[in-house]
Design a protein around this ligand. Structure first.
Ligand code: PLP
Length: 392
């Protein structure tokens, strides 16, 4: 028996606690393969660390730059698991990867500046840039890829361009950027003096090829690089609102710290979250490794389901626990198709479309498979059974 067996999914608790388009916001007969948030409890080591801390009974103010042991744990995580040496003094814990994107955008963009993002990509990219007063320029990604077409990317750069954003591994496509592509991006960014903001929250979930960070030791150290990451995807800690930023030097770290407003105490990251994060990054390697084994099997299950669905184009995803197939022969929008799937099969999915993953994502749907074998099987069986009524 493992921690990821079907009987480990506590639907009673998920129905109370899993919001954001998931169990708690749907009627009891709906299976939500929606927001990317695992259906499993966190590693026991995380729970034990939290209980120890809470039992001590002290909840004083913490350091505005984050707990030293958490910063150290993050730096070691990158150095140890990604062959990307990180200095702990260049790490800033923040209250989520989402929050990290907003801080990064605020740091590097002023009103009227523009930043380039891929299309498709998670809506947080646009939201963070626009919240900073910046203008979004989307660069359509070639079919099935997470890598930019470098010519198309270059043609979008003008004298108000300040940054290139990347999502590596990529949500929703579940693909990664190669070392050669990252190298090309650094060269391009350096030539134009642009920032690179690399969202690497999915870095620990890859299957067939290893993940390469923009901070990889084989790549040049480019000062205008900011990595955004978090612990919602790898360690199932979304409720803790925990994430971090990594810079390349002290000056940029200071700029991020200023933009974070942590010094004011009006913003910051709760100590309990950092206790959980420290435990995750220092004592949960075995849990993560088992989670990955479980996910690899669910990936196979999902890709096999997609391959036999007449209205979905086959996809290959080699990272994340997401699949993002294109709809084939479906005349209605992704949003109304997903609404019909919900009605006919009681399975909730995320539609493509501008509000979710930029305009180029229309005509796709996203499936999150971070659940049990049994739940996934029931969901896929229900959709298969509803096929005749889903016909377009
Ligand atoms: C690419 C990407 N960035 C950021 C986030 C947000 O993560 P967090 O829960 O740390 O805010 C997500 C969540 O789905 C994501 O997919």
């Amino acid at each position: 028996m493992t921690l990821f067996d079907s009987d480990r999914v506590r639907l009673d608790l998920l129905r109370q606690r899993a919001y954001n388009y998931r169990w708690a916001v749907h009627p009891a007969d709906v299976i939500p393969l929606t927001a990317a948030d695992p259906d499993f409890a966190v590693a026991p080591q995380i729970t034990e660390a939290l209980v120890r801390h809470v039992t001590d009974g002290y909840h004083s103010y913490g350091p505005p730059r984050g707990l030293p042991e958490f910063r150290e744990a993050i730096a070691n995580w990158y150095t140890r698991t990604k062959l990307s040496p990180v200095d702990p003094t260049h790490v800033l814990p923040v209250n989520s990867a989402a929050g990290g994107l907003f801080i990064a955008a605020r740091t590097i963009l002023g009103p009227g500046d523009n930043a380039i993002i891929p299309d498709p990509v998670d809506f947080l990219f646009r939201r963070s840039i626009e919240a900073a007063g910046g203008i979004v320029r989307t660069c359509p990604l070639p079919d099935g890829s997470a890598e930019y077409d470098l010519e198309a990317l270059s043609s979008l750069i003008d004298d108000r361009t300040r940054a290139i954003f990347i999502c590596n591994p990529h949500n929703p496509r579940g693909r990664m950027l190669s070392a050669a592509h990252l190298m090309a991006l650094v060269t391009l960014a350096e030539r134009h003096g642009l920032w690179i903001v690399s969202d690497e929250i999915w870095a620990d979930i890859s299957y067939t090829t290893p993940f390469v960070s923009i901070l990889d030791r084989a790549l040049p150290v480019y000062a205008k690089t900011i990595v955004v990451s978090g612990l919602s995807k790898n360690f199932a800690l979304a409720a803790m609102r925990i994430g971090y930023l990594v810079a390349r030097n002290t000056d940029v770290t200071q700029l991020l710290f200023n933009a974070s407003q942590h010094a004011s105490t009006a913003a910051g990251i709760p100590i309990l979250s950092q206790v959980a994060g420290t435990a995750a990054l220092t004592s949960c390697d075995a849990w993560l490794s088992d989670f990955r084994v479980h996910l690899a099997a669910r990936r196979e299950q999902t890709l096999a389901f997609i391959a036999q669905m007449p209205f979905l184009a086959p996809v290959d995803t080699n990272a994340t626990y997401l699949a993002f197939p294109r709809l084939v022969g479906v005349r209605d929008s992704a949003e109304s198709f997903v609404a019909r799937v919900l009605e006919e099969s009681r399975v909730a999915l995320v539609p493509g479309g501008r509000d979710w993953f930029e305009a180029g994502s229309e005509g796709h749907l996203r499936i999150c498979f971070a659940t049990s074998e049994e739940i996934l099987k029931v969901a896929f069986d229900r959709i298969t059974y509803a096929l005749p009524t889903l016909g377009t």
